[in-house]
Design a protein around this ligand. Sequence first.
Ligand SMILES: [Zn+2]
Ligand SMILES: [Zn+2]
Ligand SMILES: [Zn+2]
Length: 138
Amino acid sequence: MSAAKISLAALSLTILTAASAFGSKLQNFVCLKCHQRMTKAVRPNSPHCRAGGSHHWHSLGKVGPRIHICIKCDMLVKSVSRPNTPYCKAGGSHNWFFLGLVGRDIYVCRKCNLKLRTSARPNAPYCKAGGSHDWFRY
Ligand SMILES: [Zn+2]
Ligand SMILES: [Zn+2]
Ligand SMILES: [Zn+2]
């Protein structure tokens, strides 16, 4: 009984630590023109976009421990909640799927080589090599 209590306390401590490590101020920014990524608390400066002129930054939402992937453009985002959806570079809106929580275990998909650091085996929807991801733990 007491052992169970201790492990539960350790678990919630781990979750709190992971959440605070990311802070709550950083946001995921992406340039809609060159697709460069940046995490900053405020909108980044915008000169020198590779696509010409200035970057056009769009916020996907706050940085956090939840890993999402867009199954249309393969963009990975670590956020506190489901990222914003407009402006997928594959056209239209992003189509986000939740893969798992950021952690210390390394998983790689045998089929598409996608590599993630998560706290448990990631979800497996929509491998770009077809069907579901086939995760193995490093
Ligand atoms: Zn740019
Ligand atoms: Zn997308
Ligand atoms: Zn895969």
